[in-house]
Design a binder for this molecule. Structure first.
Ligand code: TPU
Ligand code: MG
Length: 611
């Protein structure tokens, strides 16, 4: 889903209160509140002083108008008044997090489920932690609005030294840092400028599908402010350039006519571009094989007859790499090639047989077409191509059916494969699987998703610990989904506190915590003492978080029988999360992780090129 996607849908729904979504796609654009509400509450012609709006309530209105039902927050004295102002908005709930890193990742997860998100934190001590998650939102193309409280405007003028700062008179370092990891960063130091700056930041984030930063001086949060105008003003979308679109489609149709065995390769930017539905249209029209990159798992339905699996070089699904390599026309839709996705630069389609369609541009064989929205390109191209199903005929020859898996003896020591055998049936049409960095990535790839199931992965930023707060935020944004987290012990230790917030909000998230006693993914890249971690009583931690009023469950499974019992408990627990600690051997990992680790280590170890 993209900027464009969000914006167009928001515009389409300007007069609707119903949530906007796309069939088959979990990620919704935020439902936009109706214009009528604005008009009623916007006393046209009144002076700023008696509009009834403050800088904080203006911001609250705008966030609610773009469809947010929640915002995430950690309190601090620079933001307390702002939080009061946001609380006035009855269309949005305030959700609290344990720390600002988690707050940022919670918002990131919410944006995955809901289309956009906001996080409110205090100056420096809060914001600098949140910046890590904001970098993640940038890398993952998610419009997260980070709002930071900031020093009182008088203190700036008086050259005072302030708490939560570097102890210098410079209070601008934070926005300067923010500029590097957002598409728009504004500082509100005059109430009169607030509407324009807030609108600019939100509009840019939605359009670019990137995070934005808004800093509000603490003495301005309750300052009188103009009333917001129609929301459509900030939901503009830059349309495709008609001539460029037309030329790109003609060239692409010609490119495909000259190919006998084209394939579609789906990448993670397809969702950011809001083009999932249109990719299916093109696939249907071409009848060719469709492979998906790991970071885009679930962005093309796995039950589609043309889906041939995950393309990930040497560790692709059976037959998938052979088909992509055999193809004479690889059509890359929103593909993102980095060292991890190319398995240490060993699998990267390139050259004249590749057509690249990105969110805003199309490129093929020395020709470039700018300002072409991916969604427009795919929908138009679908009407102009002829069937090319050679890759499907070839794939039918290559494909192998997965072997049936036998259950392990219930008392036998738990293994990774027995764990996955038991996780598999839990993945239903209503399920979202959230897979953490580590062997969980590779385990997750092996899950066959039924229609409607979604899969979330943070493969570009790759921050261990992301999955726990992101699952919390996702669950807040998509309360009707079954959410399954697969996270390693090492990752969990970074952000474990957010399980307490799942307990607080009674979210029935199921967490499979794979306790393999260390950083196995790092072991497979390069081993050393730094990959050993202090063991925790992970299952026992839930009792600590429950304290006197929580309903979380923590269970440990040492064998298949205990895991089966724990899953029953998890499915029956509707009042809070269930963490199932799956204890497996330290060296019990996927063969894919071993192959991938070897090739990534090789790429990392390349000597410097001669100058
Ligand atoms: O399945 P497994 O054992 O590999 O997963 P676990 O236990 O979660 O270990 C993950 C190990 C890992 C590290 C330490 N994966 N990547 N890293 C490097 C890293 C360090 N710090 C952050 C914030 N993110 C990282 N990816
Ligand atoms: Mg581990």
């Amino acid at each position: 889903m993209t900027v464009a996607d969000n914006v167009v849908l928001a515009l389409e729904n300007t007069h609707l209160d119903a949530p906007a979504g796309r069939p088959g796609s979990m990620t919704k654009r935020p439902p936009v509140r109706s214009l009528e509400i604005d008009v009623k509450t916007s006393p046209v012609g009144k002076s700023n002083l008696d509009t009834g709006y403050t800088v904080g309530s203006y911001l609250g209105s705008r966030l609610a108008q773009i469809g947010l039902k929640h915002h995430f927050a950690v309190a601090g004295d620079y933001t307390l008044i702002l939080l009061d102002q946001l609380l006035k908005n009855k269309d949005m709930k305030q959700v609290y997090c344990s720390n600002e890193l988690n707050c940022g990742f919670s918002a990131e997860g919410y944006a995955r489920a809901h289309g956009a998100a906001a996080a409110i934190v205090t100056f420096s001590v809060g914001a600098l932690s949140a910046f890590d998650a904001l970098g993640g939102a940038y890398a993952e193309n998610l419009p997260v609005i980070l709002v930071s409280g900031a020093p009182n405007t008088n203190d700036r003028a008086a050259d005072h030294l302030l708490h939560h700062t570097l102890g210098t008179h410079d209070f601008t370092y934070q926005i300067e840092m923010a500029r590097k990891i957002t598409c728009a960063a504004v500082s509100i130091t005059l109430a009169a400028e607030a509407p324009e700056k807030i609108d600019y930041a939100i509009r840019t984030a939605l359009r670019e599908r990137k995070p934005a930063y808004i800093e509000v001086a603490c003495n301005l949060a309750a300052a009188p402010c103009a009333a917001p105008g129609p929301i459509s003003a900030i939901l503009d979308e830059e349309p495709s350039d008609p001539a460029s679109l037309q030329a790109a489609v003609v060239a692409a149709a010609e490119f495909l006519r000259g190919k006998e065995k084209p394939v579609l390769l789906i990448g993670s930017k397809l969702r950011a571009a809001g083009a999932e539905k249109e990719a299916i249209e093109l696939a249907d029209a071409l009848g060719c094989s469709v492979a998906v990159m790991a970071a885009a798992k679930s962005f093309f339905p796995e039950d589609h007859p043309q889906f041939i699996g995950i393309y990930w070089g040497e560790i692709s699904s059976p037959g998938t790499q052979a088909i992509v390599d055999w193809s004479d026309g690889v059509v890359c839709l929103g593909a993102l090639f980095n060292d991890y996705s190319t398995v240490g630069w060993t699998a990267m389609p390139s050259g004249p047989s590749v057509l690249t369609a990105d969110p805003n541009r199309v490129h093929m064989d020395g020709r470039e077409f700018g300002r072409v929205r991916l969604r427009d390109f795919l929908a138009t191209l679908a009407g102009k191509v002829e069937r090319r199903d050679a890759t499907m005929i070839q794939y039918a020859r290559l494909r192998t059916e997965p072997l049936p898996e036998d259950a392990a003896h219930p008392d036998a020591k738990l293994t990774r494969s027995e764990m996955m055998r038991q996780v598999r049936p839990l993945v239903t049409a209503e399920t979202t699987v959230i897979a953490e960095t580590g062997d969980s990535w590779f385990n997750g790839m092996k899950l066959k998703l039924p229609h409607g199931a979604r899969f979330e992965i943070e493969m570009q930023w790759g921050h261990i610990g992301w999955s726990v707060p992101a699952a919390f935020g996702y669950a807040v944004g998509a309360p009707d989904r079954r959410i399954i987290v697969m996270v390693g012990d090492g990752s969990f230790q970074l952000t474990a506190q957010e399980v307490a917030q799942m307990i607080r909000l009674k979210l029935p998230i199921i967490i499979f915590l794979i306790n393999n006693h260390g950083y196995t993914i790092e072991v497979e890249i390069h081993d050393g003492p730094y990959n050993n971690i202090k063991n925790w009583d992970y299952a026992g931690l839930i009792g600590v978080f429950n304290a006197e009023d929580g309903h979380g469950r923590g269970l440990r499974a040492n064998n298949g029988g205990e895991l089966a019992e724990a899953i029953k408990v998890a499915l029956a627990n509707h009042d809070g999360p269930t963490l199932i600690e799956c204890v497996i051997d330290r060296d019990d990992c996927t063969a894919d992780l071993i192959s991938w680790g070897r090739l990534v280590a090789k790429a990392n170890g390349r000597p410097p090129s001669p100058q």
